[in-house]
Design a protein around this ligand. Structure first.
Ligand code: SF4
Ligand code: SF4
Length: 468
């Protein structure tokens, strides 16, 4: 084998996990508490959200539902239609900008505390620790030869993982198919093809990503870790090690010739991605802060100030005094933070404005091009139109239609139409005008539609009236 081929193989192996499963040491502290608060918060919302009900006045439905079949997104009292694509686009841009803002402000804070990969890995590792024991017991079990006890222990762990993964998949699909309808069909093994596909896919995905791949997803699959570098600058707060204070590291700190780092390795042992933060900022770091908790405990035992590893900006760490808390304080926010804050404000205002201007009535007017116009026995000219009334409210509504733009222009027959909740009603309309109302040609007219119960729910649509 040539040297080049062997180098490529080594590089390929290095791209994936080369250390075996990482069994991080459990550590208590503020960051760990914050992580678990986020786990509880996000999972209460995720597992509980699909069970919430909403009374529309006409009936009760699931409060949060992405109804793909009927092209509607239900968010409590708000029902978004495909016609609300602009509002949805603003909301998505807002979410992306918020992520950029948080990243510019505090690095991969989202990764360490709110990313589903991190949250589910925490849950799966917690289950593993309950079944197999602490990190040392897990390491020992992994290295021991296969035995009945090892097989039974692993089977229990994988069984619980599978149950959590299946329930997670049911919950996920329950946001697209009402969960109260989905559960009986799952129990009876009668789910539809798409539901079956997503149940199997999402359960497998959760099991593999959170149980088996874990930190490898953050290190090798997540694109966010690769492009986060363009969102941060010297003022971005990230978990970092204060070289000036810690180096030269060594166990003989008391001798006075070394820094505060006693090279105990606790920061590496507690790291879920298995990296050494003392080597500097690395893309594998998810900013979880567990190494901060670990190192602070060591500093407490040594009677040294906390913060040898801490959440701090590159600027702060570079100019930090020998002891944390002395001298220079933190610098102000960097230009990226200000730009993202500006964009966040802009898209927040645009989203709120779009929502406030949103009407629950949409009207489409189509002039019947097959028939230009006709003259009646009374000497009036008639044109045909098709009106599409879209009632976006979850209640029956009656709408009154008027037409303006020419003298004595009127709708023949009734001009009030009742539309069911969340429905589209198509009505053929005949509009007539005196023949002498205007010179021959296509004259601009407008259809004014308003809800009978609320004049503010209104629409104006332009069209043309043909006079021969
Ligand atoms: S935990 Fe602190 S003292 Fe121990 S090796 Fe890491 S940085 Fe050094
Ligand atoms: S280096 Fe520290 S902050 Fe980064 S992933 Fe490891 S434990 Fe978390």
């Amino acid at each position: 084998m040539s040297k080049a081929v062997s180098k490529v193989r080594e590089a390929r192996l290095e791209l994936y996990r080369s250390k075996g499963t990482i069994h991080a040491k459990a550590v208590a502290g503020r960051f760990n508490t914050a992580r678990w608060i986020m786990v509880w918060l996000t999972q209460i919302i995720f597992y509980g959200g699909c069970w919430l009900r909403w009374d529309t006045g006409e009936g009760v439905r699931q409060a949060i539902l992405f109804d793909i079949v009927h092209e509607k997104l239900y968010l409590f009292g708000l029902v978004l239609w495909p016609q609300d694509a602009l509002l949805l686009a603003f909301m998505l841009i807002l979410a992306a900008t918020a992520l950029f803002f948080v990243t510019a402000l505090a690095g991969r804070l989202f990764c360490g505390f709110a990313c589903p990969q991190t949250v589910y890995t925490s849950i799966f590792v917690w289950i593993e620790a309950r079944v197999e024991g602490d990190h040392l017991a897990r390491l020992k079990l992994d290295r021991s030869p296969m035995s009945a006890r090892k097989l039974a222990t692993k089977a229990v762990k994988h069984g619980i993982w599978a149950l959590v993964a299946i329930w997670t998949a049911i919950t996920f699909v329950g946001y697209f198919t009402p969960i109260r309808e989905l559960l009986p069909s799952v129990a009876a093994l009668q789910t539809g093809p798409w539901e079956s596909f997503w149940l199997i896919f999402y359960a497998s995905f959760t099991y593999v990503q959170a149980g088996l791949a874990r930190e490898a997803v953050c290190q090798h699959m997540c694109p966010y870790s690769r492009f986060q570098g363009v969102m941060i600058d010297g003022a971005t707060a990230s978990v970092g090690y204060e070289h000036r204070r810690g180096e030269p590291r060594g166990a003989l700190r008391h001798a006075g010739s070394t820094g505060d780092c006693i090279d105990c390795g606790i920061c590496v042992q507690v790291c879920p991605t298995g990296i050494d933060i003392r080597d500097g900022l690395q893309y594998q770091c998810i900013n979880c802060g567990l190494c901060v908790n670990g190192c602070n405990q060591v500093m407490d035992k040594l009677g040294a100030p906390r913060g040898l590893i801490r959440l701090a900006s590159e600027n702060e760490l570079a100019g930090a005094p020998k002891r944390a808390g002395e001298g220079k304080g933190r610098r102000g926010p960097g230009p990226r933070v200000l730009v993202y804050a500006g964009l966040l404000l802009l898209f927040s205002v645009l989203s709120v404005w779009t929502l406030s201007q949103r009407s629950t009535l949409r009207v489409n007017v189509l002039r019947d091009r097959g028939l230009l116009s006709r003259e009646t026995a009374e000497g009036r000219i008639e044109n045909d139109y098709t009106l599409k009334l879209i009632n976006m409210e979850e209640a029956v509504r009656t709408f009154r239609v008027e037409v303006v733009g020419l003298p004595d222009l009127k709708i023949e027959g009734g001009s009030e139409f009742t539309v069911g909740p969340g429905s589209i009603h198509t009505v053929p309309l005949v509009v007539s005008s005196p023949a002498e109302a205007a010179p021959a040609g296509a004259r601009p007219i407008e259809f004014h539609t308003a809800a009978v119960h609320d004049a503010g729910t209104a629409s104006r649509e332009k069209s043309r009236f043909i006079l021969p």
